[in-house]
Write a protein that binds this ligand. Structure first.
Ligand code: IPT
Length: 992
């Protein structure tokens, strides 16, 4: 008998599965917290891996599966088989990992046969037994006691089977053949490491013969929010008698009803929102079963193109989250999920998009419990269709959506997502999936969603073009969703009459590597426009596979290309706000402060009045805010205090008055630190920092110190000028235009010659401009000195030097006109006037680089710290005095790149405790100190491959370009590019 193959048949999506229902785990009446009706089948299963589906049926098997447990390996369920050593990982973003030939998939299609045994007693068999799979990638065939029991394809939604009639008293077996690719894989082209297997929980549920099959808790709230009705629509197997009880969050019984359509009325309901996720509980009871359902009540509306949640114009401060862990892959425990959610709460995030598939069903329960607005996305992503002819073909893009063979699956996947998760308070929007184009399939499914659940908003990105002549009907979508739109486009959207829906950026500020640098720019727009609901950062975490440690104990994280796979998309999966192990990136700290709950502005310097605005949507500052204030003068605290009785209603402003006078001289700033007023029982403790504002009141023009005059001698030969004073001897190269040796007090401070410095190890966000930079030769400039004259003059030595920077075969991109003055104590005063070739791209940076002895390992600076800071990414840092070692300054990106710079500096000293090199400047500058050269970081693909430089690398820059988010977002904003045609860099360099 030939095996009936279903995984290349788009008409056969599920065989033997039950009708969809909402997620709940029933209990026995006598149960406590744990349900005795649910039997988890997680644990060790027997496992046989096949490289190809064809190997499942060797010659002579006649289409029969061999269930013989002998010779089988063992595997943990749930898990991904690639993480257990089978098959291999692959990371691709857009491109399908197999030819685009729907509904067909390769014959060499890896499979895994899973088998385990379980026991049933006679009493069990008097009931209904359901078998549930919460997630299997990509599809599976099921046998109970070696009898075929069904098939299902949809990796991230539940498949439930009624297996009652296949069971025996005593031992039973369950066998699952998981196939890596199926026709459904065309709809699962999510940007992720591609893994396979039974990756979520598997369990049996015992239920009485008559039971509640499904229910939908529907709530309506009166316009003034004073009244709510709860109506439960139920569906049954058999005819159980039902009673329903409504409890408040403290467990007090409010109301009890009997009958098949329970309903409750509440006066002054306690509504749910992300800041106060209050949930009631309904307990449904039938003769032999209890179901507990949390209920959060809210009113979601769009009025005049503006989102109102419980009559408040809320803003979404969101992230896109994948199920991803470097060790467990797609298999995420509640503890792992909670760790993500708690970290989000600690960083002011209030919304999650489950990109691009439903998460485990309990994940949304956690979001409802902890307070997150969720875009709940269906398991659909098909952007691989777009790249059939190179680039993004807009017609091709929609090929899956327009292909009728996928109509059924698109409807199925959307229904599965909505029906399973409908009773969760956190669901703000139903998302039909991601980047699959648009077509009749989505129109039909969208109409179904609106009909089934009109209480939620609907979302889908990829509707902005009509493909292959199909005129898009977008009437089922309540929102306009875009990704990575440039700020200028958002301004246009707000005035263009053709746009009538509220706008959400379902993906923005691409958090890859060092970035994002444009968070504040977008936040300004979110705050400005009522019709801009907010955005979701792409994305929450870096995806990687943990590969153990190197002999010197460095963690190995692998990404695309590290598994020998083809095709792959390199480190494009390393684009999260947290590292794979959940250590926050500086980008998360930046985002946290950009979305801080309070912002401040100076009203009046004389009176010390400061305006505070409360950006929480529902909570008065009185309930959450402790304000510590500090008046700073030249980086020192001159007065400080704490206020925690500030009353400002949500979305309102109020004025506070500092009790101490704000000085009028020097660099003056007011630092306002916002922290949690109370212990939050779950996420953080009293005092947890919520963000800060530093109001720079004034920065004083910095005076140049007078040069010390005395005996300084200049000697010249054809290659160098040697400048000698009492305590020093410096050599200035007449071919490089910089100092090549600086000996002070008999110590050579430079282990190698200084260099002019325009290159930086490209960040991920530099990956496009990098090509232009390399074309211009910024990575390999040679120096041509046209003239170099030294003279002793009035007790100092003055070296004038004209030079250019140009790479081999290209014309100069930069001309410099420099004057270096060396005083009698060895201080070097530099004035460098630069002129650029404006046909070349903006510069990564411009400055000088010194190589210092390894012992010069501490940077003491007055500038923006303690976190790495750039002109467009410094909102996590403040202006002040900092002392950090090269290790502290280093941001250890898995893919090495420019990091650890500090912007807005007036002074930096690099010291070993005894000696010191100090740079000061009348204008703000940037610096970094690193164990690694930019060449090393440019070259190496992984952090564990980095080799330390024998010296410490000290760069000080007149300017450093911003970082932006161009890895997927718009090109770096003009204002953040170092694109000046002429510039002047003045600094004093002192060696002690
Ligand atoms: C877009 C995708 O929606 C998302 O899954 C991810 O790939 C992200 O951007 C980039 O990291 S796809 C992009 C090519 C627009």
């Amino acid at each position: 008998m030939e095996f009936q193959k279903m995984h290349e048949n788009p008409d056969v999506l599920h065989v033997g599965t039950c009708q969809n229902r909402s997620y709940f785990l029933p209990k026995a009446p006598e149960d406590g917290e744990e349900s005795t009706r649910v039997c988890l089948l997680n644990g060790t299963w027997s496992f046989r891996y096949f490289d190809s589906f064809l190997d499942v049926f060797p010659e002579g098997s006649e289409g029969e599966i061999c269930f013989d447990e002998e010779d089988m390996d063992e595997i943990e369920v749930p898990s991904c088989w690639q993480n257990a050593g089978y098959d291999r990982h692959q990371y691709t973003n857009v491109r399908y990992p197999f030819p685009y030939d729907p509904p067909y998939v390769p014959d060499e299609n890896p499979c895994g046969l899973y088998l385990r045994r379980f026991y049933m007693n006679a009493e069990d068999l008097t009931q209904k037994i359901y078998l549930n799979f919460e997630g299997v990638d990509s599809c599976f065939y099921l046998w109970i006691n070696e009898q075929f029991a069904g098939y299902s394809q949809v990796s991230h939604s539940t498949s439930e089977f009624d297996i009652t009639d296949l069971l025996n008293e005593g031992e039973n077996s369950v066998a699952v053949l998981v196939v890596k690719w199926c026709d459904g894989s065309y709809l699962e082209d999510q940007d992720k490491l591609r893994m396979s297997g039974i990756f979520r929980d598997v369990y049996l549920i015992r239920r009485p013969l008559a039971h509640i099959r499904d229910y939908f808790v529907k709530t309506t709230v009166s316009d003034d929010l004073s009244h709510a009705d709860i109506r439960v629509e139920m569906d049954f197997i058999g005819l159980p008698d039902v009673t329903a009880e409504l409890y408040d969050a403290e467990g007090a019984l409010l109301e009890s009803t009997a009958g098949a359509e329970p309903n409750f009325a509440l006066e002054n309901p306690h509504l749910w929102n992300a800041e106060d996720p209050y949930q009631y509980t309904i307990v449904f009871r039938t003769a032999d079963e209890v179901i507990e359902q949390k209920v959060g009540i809210s009113k979601i509306e769009i009025r005049d193109s503006v989102l109102y949640f419980n009559n408040v114009k809320i803003k979404l401060r969101g992230v896109n989250r994948h199920d991803s862990d470097p060790v467990t892959g797609y298999t995420i425990s509640r503890e792992q999920a909670k760790r993500d959610l708690f970290l989000m709460k600690q960083h002011n995030i209030n919304a999650v998009r489950t990109s691009h598939y439903p998460n485990a069903p309990w994940f949304l329960q956690l979001c409802s419990e902890y307070g997150f607005y969720v875009i709940a996305e269906a398991d659909i992503e098909g952007h691989g269709a777009a790249v059939q002819t190179g680039g993004y073909g807009m017609d091709e893009y929609a090929d899956n959506a327009l292909n009728p063979i996928f109509d059924k699956a698109i409807m199925d996947r959307i229904q599965r997502s909505v029906i399973r998760d409908k009773n969760n308070a956190c669901v703000l929007m139903w998302s039909y999936g991601n980047e699959t184009g648009w077509g009749p399939s989505f129109e039909k499914a969208g109409a179904w969603v609106r009909e089934y659940d009109p209480s939620r908003l609907t979302h889908y990105e990829n509707t902005y073009y009509d493909a292959r002549g199909h005129k898009n009907d977008l009437s089922s979508l309540t929102t306009e969703s875009r990704m990575y739109s440039a700020p200028e486009w958002i301004d246009e959207y707000m005035v263009d009459p053709k746009y009538t829906k509220p706008l959400v950026l379902c993906e923005y500020i691409h958090a890859m590597g060092n970035g994002p640098g444009d968070a504040e720019q977008y936040q300004q727009l979110i705050m400005k426009y009522d019709r801009f609901m907010g955005g979701f950062v792409w994305e929450w975490c870096d995806h990687a596979v943990y590969g153990g440690t190197t002999p010197d104990n460095r963690d190995i994280f692998r990404y695309g290309g590290d598994f020998g796979e083809y095709p792959h998309d390199g480190n494009f999966c390393m684009d999260g706000l947290v590292y794979p192990d959940r250590t926050p990136h500086t980008g998360l700290l930046e985002y946290k402060n950009v979305i801080r709950p309070v912002r401040a502005a100076l009203v009046n310097r004389e009176t010390g009045e400061i305006q505070l605005t409360n950006y929480r949507d529902f909570t008065n500052t009185e309930e959450f805010l402790t304000l510590s204030w500090e008046i700073q003068q030249d980086g020192d605290t001159v007065a400080c205090g704490v206020m925690d009785d500030i009353k400002i209603a949500p979305h309102e402003s109020g004025v506070i008055t500092l009790p101490d006078a704000i000085p009028t001289e020097g660099d003056v700033a007011v630092l306002l630190q916002y922290s949690a007023k109370k212990n939050d029982s779950v996420f953080f403790e009293k005092g947890h920092p919520l963000g800060f504002d530093q109001l720079i009141v004034s920065r004083e023009a910095r005076k140049e110190e007078a040069l010390r005059k005395g005996v300084v001698v200049a000697e010249e030969d054809s290659r160098a000028v040697t400048v000698t004073g009492d305590s020093f001897r410096y050599v200035f190269s007449k071919t490089e235009g910089v100092f090549t040796s600086m000996v002070k007090n008999n110590m050579n401070i430079m282990t190698r010659p200084m260099t002019w410095n325009v290159w930086r190890a490209p960040t991920d966000n530099d990956q496009f401009v990098r090509k232009e930079w390399e074309q211009a030769g910024y990575n390999e400039p040679a120096i041509k000195v046209y003239a170099c004259n030294a003279k002793e003059e009035d007790g100092v030595v003055v070296i004038d030097c004209k030079l250019s920077l140009a790479a081999v075969y290209r014309r100069p991109f930069l001309h410099l006109d420099c004057r270096f003055t060396v005083d009698a104590e060895g201080k070097v005063r530099a004035e460098i006037n630069g002129k650029r070739d404006m046909e070349r791209p903006f510069l990564p940076r411009f400055g000088l680089r010194m190589f210092l002895p390894k012992s010069f390992d501490t940077a003491e600076y007055y500038g923006y710290g303690p976190y790495e800071s750039y002109c467009d990414k410094h909102h996590a840092s403040s202006l002040g005095h900092f002392a950090q070692t090269a290790d502290d300054l280093f941001e250890d990106y898995v893919k090495p790149q420019e990091n650890g710079s500090h912007f807005g500096c007036a002074r930096v000293t690099i010291t070993d405790g005894a000696g010191a090199v100090t740079v000061t400047s009348p204008e703000d500058f940037s610096f970094n100190l690193s164990h690694y050269t930019q060449e090393e970081m440019t070259e190496k693909m992984h952090n564990y491959e980095l080799t330390e430089s024998p010296d410490n690398v000290f760069c000080f820059d007149c300017k450093m370009s911003g970082v932006g988010s161009n890895s997927c977002g718009p090109r770096l904003a003009k204002a953040m590019q170092f694109d000046d045609e002429t510039f002047t860099f003045k600094f004093d360099l002192t060696v002690e």
